[in-house]
Structure formats: structure tokens, C-alpha cells
Unconditional design. Sequence first.
Length: 149
Amino acid sequence: MAEATPVTGGCLSGAVRYEAEAYLDLAYYCHCKICQKSSSQPFEIGVLTKSGSLRFTKGQPIYYASSDWGQRGSCGACGSGIDWRPRDPAETFGINVGVCSLDQPEAVKPYLHMFFDEKVPWFDVADDLPRTTGAEALGIYESWKEQIE
């Protein structure tokens, strides 16, 4: 079982702040087209939070249903991405926060690349972390359940 660590974080403007328990060793790079569009970057990095631990201490994100199964929270004042969560409220184990929304993102250790088959072709990934495809994502999601519930 993975171990959760207390974390704090928030948006660029400070309008949204949160605290949670995060699995700092279960952070992942997501190269899916939705993350690319959402961030305007080649990938996003998410870190899983312990089920029920994410609590907003100042403000609330505005949510956008970015797919049939996920929604993204961002600050209404500055637009910073805060979290991603399953649209199914019963799937609270899948909630994650954006790594650089953390007050101490340097504590995070990404462990894999997801949706690597959707990676922007000109972006060179020089690490040796595992690379998984979009077709493998559901299996990874299920393995998270086993590791953190």
C-alpha cells in the first residue's frame, strides 16, 4: 500500500487554497490530448490524493467536464488548474491535484508516463520511467485502487 503525506497548495492568485493527503510517489505525467489542451502544454503531471482528504481552505474551483469520465477544477480568478476528478462521485480515490499547484512540488516523484501514444512528437522525454498507452490507462486506474484503498 502506498503512503499518503499531508500537503497544501493553491492557485497562482491565492484565491483557491487546499490541503490534502497525497501519494507523492504516485505522480504521473499524462500526455493525453485532453491534458495537452487543458494545460496548453505537452503534458500535465498529477498526483493522487487520499480518498476524502482534499479540502478547500479558501475559495472553490470551478469545474469543467473535460470528458465523459473526468472533470477539471480551476481557479475562477486566475485560471490555474487545481485538480482532476472522476465525474462519478463514488470514484473519490481517483482525485488528483496538479503537481505544481502544490506548495512543495519538489517533494513529488513521478513514476510513469500515461497516454504516451498521444505524446506530442517533437517533445523528447529523456527519463527512463515506464511509458504506457491510452489503452492501458484503465488498468493503471484499477491498480491505483488496489494501492491506495
